[in-house]
Design a protein around this ligand. Structure first.
Ligand SMILES: *Cc1c(COP(=O)(O)O)cnc(C)c1O
Length: 402
């Protein structure tokens, strides 16, 4: 579906179950966005707790009756209020830095449900995580195994570890996968996994507890997950046959959301298929972990912005807004698409025109949407949709913007 350029009144926006027009005014849950803009000013990120819990519920339904732990990948959105929602709902957290660890603990998260991912953990971060008593380090290289063992031994501890394996799922059939392939920096090669597990099991400061993979982000098909699961289960069989028991299997995150015509599987549908495969291969009783980020928060958030100026031109007309690439980096970073919709349909008096929607930052790459048909005037508010994930958490103060 194309973004609703002229949505009808009282309509839910496709893929955004808690964002809807009522009497021509855009609401998140029961709150009118124009009222929030008035009270708090713009640009303003607005998140729906109901939308986050509803996204989480799809995973919880998928895992009903299973020994499973959902670890929210907090790099998607590390606002303390968002973390509190997931901590209170019983989630663990997938972290990638010591800063994220500090935030989880500040938000009341349970350290034992934290898994620590990332290719470049420092010794200081390892010590911080061991002191906090996190549940698992997802180790991404042989060198990291050795350093972590040394750090833990010096503290008279054994660090719980999984090794992140790289399932190398065929890129030709699944072109959107980007982290689970040979030739990128993440994980260890499938062929090296058994040897590294044997090495890990021999190290004083480590306790092998699981296996981990994460194949990419904004994945909109089930097949790559099913293929990756087969590859990981092959390794589980080989590692356990070598006498190294694995208490859990972590399948990472990566499930996509609907930005624009995207049709990812629902989390419960995806997991129905994956669990059927796990059962068929005899691993249905293993503890499962997953690390969803985007799919829990992406469509739970919008960024509210005010139109500052319209700047008509011969080749391009610009709609200049008060949100910019420093607030919403995804378009400039990945050429990503975000739907942009009016907040108040009644206010619209202006003629329809095609605009590049851009921010005030001094870069030509500072655009939020290109060639958008809008009926808009200066002073009106717009909402940038699907702004719950990888927006505020990637924001900067570039141009010394507040
Ligand atoms: C980013 C990341 C995730 C979350 O990915 P999403 O696409 O947001 O679900 C999970 N695990 C690891 C290791 C990651 O780096």
């Amino acid at each position: 579906m194309n973004p609703p350029v002229n949505p009808v009144a009282s309509a839910e926006l496709p893929g955004h179950p808690f964002v809807a027009y009522r009497d021509d005014a855009l609401h998140v849950e029961d709150v009118a966005l124009s009222a929030l803009a008035q009270t708090h000013g713009t640009p303003l990120f607005v998140y729906s707790k109901a939308a986050m819990l509803s996204a989480l519920a799809a995973y919880q339904r998928g895992f009903a009756g299973r020994d499973a732990q959902i670890c929210y990948a907090m790099k998607a959105n590390s606002s303390l209020g968002v973390l509190q929602v997931f901590a209170q709902a019983g989630c663990g957290f997938d972290i990638v830095s010591g800063g994220e660890l500090a935030r989880v603990l500040a938000a009341g998260g349970d350290a034992r449900k934290i898994i620590f991912s990332g290719v470049g953990k420092t010794r200081a971060e390892m010590r911080q995580a061991l002191t906090a008593g996190i549940g698992c380090f997802n180790v991404e290289s042989e060198a990291e195994l050795d350093v972590l063992s040394g750090v833990a031994s010096a503290m008279n501890l054994r660090a719980p570890v999984s090794i992140r394996v790289n399932p190398n799922v065929d890129p030709k059939t699944h072109p959107y996968i980007s982290t689970g392939l040979k030739g990128n920096k993440f994980g260890v090669a499938h062929e090296d996994a058994l040897r590294l597990y044997q090495h890990a099991a021999s190290l004083q400061g480590l306790q092998v507890v699981g296996i981990d993979c994460h194949i990419g982000s904004q994945i909109t098909e089930s097949t790559p997950y099913l293929d990756a699961m087969d590859r990981v289960l092959d390794l589980v069989a080989a590692i356990e046959a070598a006498g190294i028991p694995l208490a859990h299997i972590d399948f990472g995150g990566g499930l996509g959301i609907n930005y624009n015509d995207d049709t990812p599987p629902a989390a419960d549908d995806l997991w129905r298929q994956l669990l059927a495969k796990l059962d068929a291969r005899g691993y249905g009783g293993k503890k499962l972990m997953i690390e969803p980020g985007r799919s829990l928060v992406g469509n739970a958030g919008v960024c509210l912005t005010e139109v500052l100026y319209l700047k008509p031109g011969e080749q391009k007309s610009f709609c200049i807004i008060d949100a910019a690439m420093n607030d919403l980096p995804r378009p400039s970073l990945y050429q990503a698409f975000h739907a942009i919709v009016p907040v108040d349909l009644k206010a619209r008096q202006a003629a329809e025109a095609t605009y590049d929607v851009v921010g005030p930052v001094c870069e030509s790459g500072d655009w939020i949407g290109r060639d958008r048909v809008l009926q808009v005037a200066a002073g009106e508010h717009l909402a940038v949709l699907s702004a719950g994930a990888y927006c505020m958490s990637m924001a900067s103060n570039y141009n010394t913007r507040g």
